[in-house]
Design a protein. Structure first.
Length: 234
């Protein structure tokens, strides 16, 4: 990065906080309930459809929008309400302090909706860390929803915010998203702290001991980024 401060792009769930414990189970149930209500399916069939679209498209919403005409804004608003969410969220205080003091510009890059992302950041006392929140609402390319790991979306986001790829670092728990970012020239950090006991999400069953070629570094604590950033700037 030629001595310049990095530009950090942080994922949200299972990167900044333990979403496996606090969020993912509730979100899965909420999405299944939505499909039951708006597509008129039995619960078991709705749950299978949710999983099918998630595996095929990387996000249940993409399948619902493509095949059933579900409006993204309505789906996101209905499924991410999650009453009492804030009380279940946690970040280690030392990691919170590390994020606040981490040098460089910082953006949140999440496939979650903006309202949900801002609720989580506020509850974790991280809102002031980030220059901007890039949520799923801002991930359309030529009218089509293209959430992570879509490389076309990433190019559009970088151009829109005037972020040089070679100075950007994506910090993520999902290896597919890291692979896409690395192909565009971003540095990549695989955050593994919340994955070991993760019963939900795309990293279920992924070996954590290896380092794929598209991952620059693996970390378990956000405070480790300070040391790595100093090394990367040399």
């Amino acid at each position: 990065m030629s001595g310049a401060a990095p530009i950090w792009l942080f994922d949200l769930d299972n990167t900044l906080h333990d979403a496996s414990r606090a969020v993912f189970g509730r979100l899965n149930r909420s999405m299944t309930d939505y499909i039951v209500q708006y597509l008129g399916l039995a619960h078991g069939e709705a749950d299978r459809l949710r999983m099918h679209y998630w595996r095929r498209y990387g996000a249940t919403l993409l399948g619902l929008e493509k095949h059933h005409g579900i409006r993204a804004a309505h789906f996101l608003a209905q499924t991410h309400t999650l009453p009492g969410l804030e009380a279940q969220l946690h970040i280690p205080p030392v990691d919170r302090a590390a994020l606040h003091s981490l040098p460089g510009r910082k953006f949140l890059l999440t496939n979650a909706p903006a309202d949900y992302a801002k609720r989580v950041l506020t509850a974790l006392d991280l809102a002031s860390c980030f220059e901007g929140v890039i949520s799923i609402e801002g991930m359309r390319v030529f009218g089509d929803l293209r959430p992570k790991p879509d490389a076309r979306m990433m190019r559009v986001v970088l151009a829109r915010h005037r972020l040089p790829a070679h100075r950007c670092v994506l910090v993520e728990d999902t290896v597919a998203n890291l692979k896409s970012a690395r192909s565009l020239g971003l540095r990549t950090v695989w955050m593994q702290h919340y994955l070991r006991h993760n019963p939900h999400g795309p990293e279920l069953g992924v070996p954590l001991h290896g380092r794929p070629s598209w991952v620059c570094v693996r970390i378990k604590k956000l405070r480790t980024l300070h040391r790595w950033a100093r090394t990367a700037r040399r």
